[in-house]
Ligand binder design. Structure first.
Ligand code: NBP
Length: 492
């Protein structure tokens, strides 16, 4: 740490913000803030990291101040103090808050920029606000590059605290192609972290859908890596244009230097996860939101992780005979339509989840505005998010994205191709859990009649849970069995 950039050098000037946690995200956010003209004081639990940062990436940047203790960091800040945490989610956040509290005064602001569970954020906000402090739970997406060049930022918590940091967060955020910042206040309590959680859940689905499409190209259509790379690059020029499609093409174009083989073939098919996708699926279950594809994407990662077991099972569980494998009349364009339709139905599930959460927690989320926040900086940035924004502008009360005229026409028009893909995958034994679950979602949502009448009958039969009739209001119970005959059906 250089003395010229030390805490003593700025006493009195007061840094605009302090940042604790110089991991991948923290370091890049600090450089982003400094580039935007903000004076930032930084601290990290392992203090050698502060020294390395000051001597490395922050070298020569004179509006970054390294601190070797929390007390030093706090004393370097202008008041009311603004302190952003970029530490591992969970107990680390509570630990850092506890360390900070003795040095803070009423009105000071703590901003948690990590991937905290929204319920933890709501709890922390309530506890700190009761002590006169202000708290923001801010989702930050875009990885290392986004943090440096402009991430998508999803703030929630005290509105008053938001107003005190809005220009800083807006300045460092990504800008959508229209020029609007990808950062806007979302609501009180854990609203920001909830939206970030759903963003990550949607990211899981998006990645899973692309991975299944790649697998189908390879296994069912028999395409080689070069052909797939060209196809994804071509798709990135149209309505599927997105960061994830773009990097998929780039990944497929990469050769392993050691073997000369496609890099993708050298990577073990075991997907990791850090938990935000799982939280999204869990929250969908808790809220009673029909979001099957969000859950399927998490299950697919779990199945991939059980590689040893899968390999052992492969020797014992045959699939379709090799001679039945073939294109099954599926074209590359069919696959493109299937991917787009499935993606729309998966995003519809994510937006439905946010709609239900907004009602449950009283957040009044602006769903169209959220689509715009995701338009730049983040991993799921895509041209089609503009379409989602337009859909909610056309009808802010839209029940489901697929009822919007644009999305309806895409899904309805693409369904035949989509069905061909899912059917061919089933016939050739290629697992497409997200493509098929999204189709099942579409087919369920568009049906007035589902088989739940039989489920209600079963529930009433074995547990006297009652049911509703189609021809009369109220709840009924039937004595299903007396010598095998139905004997009575009574209102309850
Ligand atoms: P890293 O793993 O790179 O860094 C973690 C940071 O947390 C380090 O500074 C570490 O300090 C600190 N920390 C830990 Br671990 N336990 C601590 C404790 N008990 N007290 C104080 N500090 C502690 O994380 P990252 O990738 O920069 O992510 C930071 C946050 O941002 C996480 O919540 C993450 O989920 C979220 N996020 C990450 C990404 C991404 O692409 N990486 C994207 C969006 C959001 P140390 O140096 O002393 O160990």
């Amino acid at each position: 740490m250089t003395e010229s950039a030390g805490v003593g050098a700025v006493a009195g000037a007061g840094a605009h913000i302090g940042l604790i946690g110089l991991g991948v995200m923290g370091q890049n956010l600090v450089l982003n803030m400094a580039r935007n003209g903000y004076r930032v004081a930084v601290f990290n639990r392992t203090t050698s990291v502060v020294q390395d940062f000051m001597a490395g990436p922050a070298r020569g940047v004179d509006n970054i101040i390294g601190a070797t203790s929390i007390e030093q960091l706090v004393s370097a800040l202008a008041t009311p103090r603004r302190i952003m945490l970029m530490v591992k989610a969970g107990s680390a956040v509570d630990a850092v808050i506890a360390q900070l509290e003795p040095y803070l005064n009423a009105g000071d602001i703590i901003i948690d920029g990590g991937n905290s569970l929204f319920k933890d954020t709501a709890r922390r906000a309530a506890a700190l606000e009761a002590k006169g402090l202000r708290y923001l739970g801010v989702g930050v997406s875009g990885g290392e590059e986004g943090a440096l060049k402009g991430p998508s930022i999803m703030p929630g918590g005290s509105r008053d605290a938001w107003e005190a940091v809005s220009s800083l967060l807006t300045d460092i955020a990504a800008k959508a192609p229209s020029g609007e910042p990808c950062c806007a206040y979302l609501g009180p309590g854990g609203a920001g972290h909830f939206v970030k959680m759903v963003h990550n859940g949607v990211e899981y689905v998006d990645m899973q859908l692309i991975a299944e499409t790649y697998f189908f190209m390879r296994e069912t259509l028999g395409m080689d890596v070069r052909q797939m790379q060209q196809l994804f690059a071509q798709w990135n020029q149209g309505e599927l244009e997105s960061y994830l499609i773009e990097i998929t093409a780039e990944i497929l174009g990469k050769t392993d230097a050691a073997t000369g083989k496609p890099m993708v073939d050298m990577i073990m098919d075991r997907a990791g996860q850090k938990g935000t996708g799982k939280w999204t699926a869990q929250e969908a279950l808790d809220l009673g939101a029909a979001a099957p594809t969000m859950a399927e994407a998490v299950f697919a990662r779990a199945m991939s992780a059980a590689r040893d077991e899968r390999c052992a099972a492969a020797a014992q569980l045959p699939g379709p005979k090799p001679e039945s494998v073939g294109g099954h009349g599926v074209s590359a364009d069919d696959l493109k339509q299937a991917l787009y339709a499935a993606k729309i139905c998966a995003y519809a599930q994510g937006f439905e989840l946010m709609k239900l959460a907004s009602r449950e927690y009283g957040w009044e989320l602006d769903l169209g505005g959220i689509a715009l926040l995701w338009r730049g900086g983040c991993i799921i940035r895509a041209q089609f998010l503009e379409r989602i924004k337009e859909a909610y502008t056309r009808n802010p009360q839209l029940d489901n994205l697929i009822l919007d005229p644009y999305f309806r026409q895409v899904v309805v028009g693409g369904q035949e191709a989509w069905r061909r893909v899912v059917a061919a995958a089933a016939q050739t034994g290629i697992p497409v859990p997200a493509l098929s679950s999204s189709l099942a979602y579409y087919d369920s949502y568009r049906r007035c009649q589902l088989p739940a009448n039989l489920i209600q009958a079963q529930r009433d039969y074995f547990g006297a849970h009652t049911y509703e009739r189609v021809d009369a209001p109220g709840w009924f119970h039937t004595d299903w069995l007396v010598d095998g005959d139905v004997v009575s059906s009574e209102p309850v």
